[in-house]
Write a protein that binds this ligand. Sequence first.
Ligand code: LMR
Length: 339
Amino acid sequence: MFSRAVQSTSTIARRGFSSSLRSQRAVAVLGAAGGIGQPMSLLLKADPLVTSLRLYDVRGAPGVAADISHVNTASDVKGFEQANIEQALTGAEVVIIPAGVPRKPGMTRDDLFNTNASIVQTLAESVAKYAPKAHVLIISNPVNSTVPIFAEVLKKAGVFDEKRLFGVTTLDVVRASRFLAEIKKADPKDINVTVVGGHSGVTIVPLLSQTPQGKDVKGEEYKALVKRIQFGGDEVVQAKAGTGSATLSMGYAGARFANSLIRALNGETGVIEPTFVKSPLYADKGVEYFASNVELGTEGVKNILPLGELSAEEQELLNAALAELPKNIQKGEKFVTSA
Ligand code: LMR
């Protein structure tokens, strides 16, 4: 699993931050009975840093919760259906949202906008009301638009804090590590690739030149690797042939990001993850939200790190991402502000 998620509480104590037993970390999953929600909730149940798990969905979550609750880890698990979202959210410190419909072959993530935008907006209204101080992790696609939607709803309710809203782009990081490891015949655990931009096609920009194992990948091999990282989601959509998109690897990625965030909330220092947040890095180019390495801390976003040196190819990829992102972001914002 995640390198540190399964550590014992004594290891945690040795590291000098609160043990899982002393830090009460209540996590709510909205969309818990879905394809991503179920495996992710199972991984969260196996994470000793999660002490209470609230599984919410319009239907089916109590069954998923009953099933997962038999796993013999210390956390308590409860399931909630639509009428009980208030109980699911009240007191939750971390809220993870994979709710929404998945892509079918031939669709882009943006094609999901019409359906998922309203789902995310409705959930944001509940979070604003019942868990306004929660750290919110958005997985629902299109992430480049759903994060701005969520932010606008929170702004309208007067509870927006940019330190506590995250678009989960961890699957791009996971894929980059895995795909590069395949080329290098290495263990992915030794390969860490920073991926910046957004979470869709050309907005996904892997910084391979900053990775020891990636910097000598050149020519056609480089182009193919970048394309595979940018369009890895399509590979799964095609393989699933109309039955959905990545659920298991996305569940893994969501649980991994939640683990990193909780470690930081518990006081561990030096926790850095790429994530799509309100960012000053390219705000002057109209890109208000951007994924880059972010140092996480006890309040959520602690420090948004600059990109560092880019190769000429990466600069070109970044330019393409910066051209695309404002359209995705504004589409999300307008969905709420012009309603
Ligand atoms: C992914 O990256 O696999 C997810 O965002 C799902 C999708 O539609 O590709």
